[in-house]
Design a protein around this ligand. Structure first.
Ligand SMILES: [Fe+2]
Ligand SMILES: [Fe+2]
Length: 319
């Protein structure tokens, strides 16, 4: 008997379908929409994938803010392509969640009614052009660190969506790095702008990995289900390890005076994250929460005619 992937089953007999599910997880096979799965596994995935989808869609806002003001035609074209990619990521992820039996309308309603969350990073504002660099380098960078292991998530449609998303995220990260690199090789004022922006985005980017492991109650079950492969703190460490040499190339300083390689731990020591700020933003009191939701609702209302036209067309085709 394999040890159960569903921790609520520890210590009791499994039904044949539970046993089959456990075996699939144990042998690193994928769970597909046709397979039986525990209710809690389905619910966890719906919550995680739809939150992820909402984050991609809301995440378009802080950057679309700069499309009309990008400093050159080349930068404008790149930024448009990047923001468009994020819309595509939202769509793959909504589709993956739909295979679990929730409709797109339901997920959208949950977001618009404030019942569903999205990544709190997108509640920060983008006052300078350098923020396009910091978002690509730090926010898309953190997303990659989080999402590369998700390419092996046990739920098939999610893992496959992540493979494609991660390829595009690595382009996003490089374009952000390149924006910062150009600024850092520019005038004194440009260098100051880049550094100031990195100072603002560094800590919120580290918060993207979620609360510390000892305050992350759902992680153990998600890891047993092989949705999650590494803990929040492990991923955060990895990300910092990736940033340090890149910051050196850029010539920016990461805004943590206590950041230091610890030979014994084989990891970086760092300052304590301001978790009060994290909880404030999650609770809806970040710099731009209200604005993000207002614009999302407005865009949804403005798009009503598109949904109606598409539905009318589908009915006509069916008839
Ligand atoms: Fe994305
Ligand atoms: Fe991205």
């Amino acid at each position: 008997m394999t040890s159960p992937a569903d921790l609520s089953l520890v210590g009791r007999e499994f039904s044949p379908e539970e046993a089959q599910f456990n075996d699939l997880i144990a042998e690193d096979s994928r769970i597909e929409p046709r397979d039986w799965m525990p209710d809690a596994y389905r619910k966890t995935l719906i919550r995680q994938i739809s939150q992820h989808a909402h984050s991609e869609i809301i995440g378009m806002q802080p950057e679309s803010n700069w499309i009309s003001r990008a400093p050159s035609l080349k930068r404008k074209a790149i930024l448009i392509a990047k923001v468009q990619d994020e819309a595509g990521h939202g769509l793959y992820l909504y589709s993956a969640a739909q295979t679990l039996g929730i409709s797109r309308e339901e997920m959208t309603d949950q977001l618009l009614e404030g019942k569903a969350k999205y990544s709190s990073i997108f509640n920060y504002t983008t006052p300078t052009w350098a923020d396009m660099g910091s978002i690509g380098w730090l926010v898309d960078g953190a997303a990659i660190a989080n999402q590369v292991p998700l390419c092996r998530a046990s739920y098939g449609p999610y893992g496959r969506a992540m493979v494609r998303i991660c390829k595009e995220e690595s382009f996003h990260q490089r374009q952000g790095f390149e924006i910062l690199l150009e600024l850092m090789q520019g005038t004194e004022e440009q260098r100051r702008m880049a550094q100031e922006s990195v100072n603002r985005w560094y800590w919120p980017a580290l918060m993207m990995f979620g609360p510390p492991d000892d305050e992350s109650p759902n992680s153990t079950q998600s890891m047993a289900w092989k949705i999650k492969r590494f803990s929040n703190d492990e991923l955060r460490q990895r990300f910092v390890g990736m940033l340090v040499p890149q910051a050196e190339v850029l010539g920016v300083t990461l805004p943590d005076p206590n950041l230091k390689w610890n030979e014994e731990k084989q990891a970086y020591d760092m300052s304590e994250i301001d978790w009060d700020e994290f909880h404030e933003v999650i609770a809806g009191r970040g710099p731009a929460n209200a604005e993000r939701m207002r614009r999302r609702r407005e865009a949804h209302e403005n798009g009503a005619w598109v949904r109606e036209a598409a539905a009318a067309y589908a009915r006509k085709q069916a008839a």
